[in-house]
Design a protein around this ligand. Structure first.
Ligand SMILES: C[S@@+](CC[C@H](N)C(=O)[O-])C[C@H]1O[C@@H](n2cnc3c(N)ncnc32)[C@H](O)[C@@H]1O
Length: 527
């Protein structure tokens, strides 16, 4: 899931040369106000900034304009993006089209360097949001911060991020952000950006940024840590409880670093890792071989080049974290087996398992989400593994009531908090709430019970998540085993490197320890 989201962001920045959409029908304050439900009431009023004039502006740097608009889209939520997609008729991927419809002007076309900057700035600004907002609200009156219009806030966040975290030349950053505020909003907004950013530059030069000190009781310290490392307070408290303060800090530092990506060579299409290496070499994309999986390579940069070269579109490889690949190693799919992949969409693990069946056996991929399941079907075709993949749209919790067929192996890759993938899913930390955890655990238990009914006697049930939270992992397995004494733990030691095997025989990857996303899997055999 994480990889798909990141990929979406990257893909959406590659198509900016598509012809611009018609924006007129969208460009009314009334239309936009419908889509601002997730924005504080105080920030809803200023969509009147959307201008009706269409013009080319060569003074504003394109990466800044695109970053500001993309940040607004992300903050305003799906409704905003969906509305644009629907009215723009397939133009949702057109970054400059978004800029034009939102700000009323286009800038010059984006170059590769701009695309890299946009990825860095958007990801970083989202990750550091709490930290940046603390500084912004300290440097302007609290009242003007809480009622600040969305675009002005995004411009300030970008400027603060560039100055404080990217160490970019401060006066160039000030000038460029002032220009964007003036052109996209009005001269007064430019003056405000100028005053606040100059204050920031001065404080940074004097090494006296107004940041909280790590002192006081646990609550106060958790709040300070949450600001300093830019995470929600509830996550800081949870990790301090489970990992201790030092490890919690290391984890937050990891979550704030730029993620690396892995590519899996698609054996289903006859592509070996050596073939993939050849392609990457010819594209001059630096990579390392995975230490854990024969068909994976790891890369820090160059994903944009891989996308533009069509390697994903042609199904030669897939973006997949090694931690997800190792869950497939725990399943250990063998040719001829009948496998049920519960909660399968968008299909990362289905496709990898299918490629390991070498055309023999079958995988039934269930998911409740029709749209996401369609992606599984289409990608299975693209990856040439569709002969062994069947998709079923159903709610797993009721599926066994009418389906008594059983399987050699059942993978339940449960919906979870995603707390193991926060470095890739920059926005996830702000969307997750502490209350979600209880709901998720209830759903995980229900799905676990349902999945167990699909396992044949002697068959294997694999429970997995992309979370590092014991309450979603070890605790769910322990609760399941109490309800289902007919299942026993089988250690994963035969299937993954020993470094990933816990004392209870589970698979666990931890970001700080393994430099991979966090994930978990348990292998349970039915007696
Ligand atoms: C973690 S994602 C699965 C990722 C997938 N296994 C992969 O590797 O790409 C969880 C999936 O569970 C699905 N889901 C949630 N509740 C479900 C239910 N009651 N029945 C079936 N699928 C469900 C969601 O639609 C989502 O696609």
């Amino acid at each position: 899931m994480a990889e798909v989201f990141s990929l979406h962001l990257l893909l959406s920045s590659t198509n900016q040369r598509a012809s611009p959409p018609s924006y007129k029908s969208l460009n009314s304050a009334k239309t936009y106000s419908k889509s601002t439900a997730s924005v504080p009431a105080s920030r809803k009023g200023r969509f009147s900034v959307l201008k009706k004039t269409q013009k080319l502006n060569l003074e504003v740097s394109p990466h800044r304009a695109v970053s500001a608009v993309r940040l607004m889209r992300i903050e305003l939520g799906g409704a905003f993006a969906d509305l644009l997609n629907e009215k723009g008729k397939g133009s949702g991927d057109n970054e400059m089209g978004y800029v034009e419809r939102t700000l009323g002007f286009r800038t010059r076309d984006l170059e590769d360097r701009d695309l890299r900057l946009i990825t860095d700035i958007v990801g970083g600004t989202i990750r550091w949001r709490r930290y940046l907002d603390h500084l912004i609200s300290s440097l302007c009156h609290d009242k003007s911060f809480s009622s600040m219009e969305p675009l002005l806030l995004q411009i300030l966040r970008i400027g603060f991020y560039e100055i404080v975290k990217l160490d970019m030349p401060p006066y160039a950053v000030v000038d460029e952000n002032v220009r964007l505020a003036k052109v996209a909003l009005r001269p007064g907004a430019g003056n405000m950006v100028n005053a606040i950013l100059r204050k920031l530059v001065l404080l940074k030069e004097q090494n006296s940024l107004p940041l909280p000190k790590l002192e006081g009781d646990d609550r106060t310290q958790a709040r300070a840590l949450a600001t300093l490392y830019s995470h929600p307070v509830w996550m800081v408290r949870r990790w301090t409880k489970y990992l201790g303060k030092d490890e919690a800090i290391k984890l937050m530092e990891w979550n704030n670093t730029d993620p690396s990506f892995s590519l899996r060579a698609n054996a289903g299409k006859g592509i070996s890792r050596a073939d993939l290496e050849e392609k990457l070499n010819s594209l001059k994309v630096p990579y390392e071989l995975s230490l854990h999986l024969d068909d994976f390579v790891r890369m820090k940069t160059g994903l944009q080049i891989v996308i533009q070269a069509g390697l994903l579109k042609d199904g030669l490889c897939a973006v997949q974290d090694e931690s997800a690949g190792l869950i497939v190693s725990v399943v250990d799919p063998q040719p001829g087996e009948k496998i049920m992949d519960c909660c399968a969409a968008p299909g990362g693990k289905t496709l990898y398992m299918a490629s390991r069946l070498c055309g023999q056996g079958m995988i039934a991929a269930i998911d409740v989400n029709k749209g996401r399941l369609r992606i599984v079907k289409e990608t299975a075709k693209l990856h040439q593994v569709d002969s062994v993949v069947t998709t079923i749209c159903a709610d797993l919790r009721v599926f066994p009531e009418t389906n008594t067929e059983t399987y050699d192996k059942v993978l339940l890759d449960a919906p979870c908090s995603g707390l193991g993938v926060l470095s890739k899913r920059a926005d996830l930390r702000w969307n997750r709430k502490a209350e979600d955890m209880e709901e998720l655990k209830k759903l995980q238990d229900e799905l676990f019970d349902a999945a167990s009914l699909l396992v044949k006697p002697g068959g294997v049930l694999i429970y997995s998540t992309c979370s590092i939270d014991p309450e979603e992992n070890e605790d769910r397995v322990a609760a399941f085993l109490l309800r289902h004494p007919e299942f026993n733990i089988e250690s994963v030691e035969k299937y993954v490197p020993s470094d990933f095997v816990t004392s209870q025989g589970f698979y666990s990857s931890f970001p700080v320890k393994h430099s991979l996303d966090g994930s978990f899997a348990a292998r349970l055999v039915r007696s």
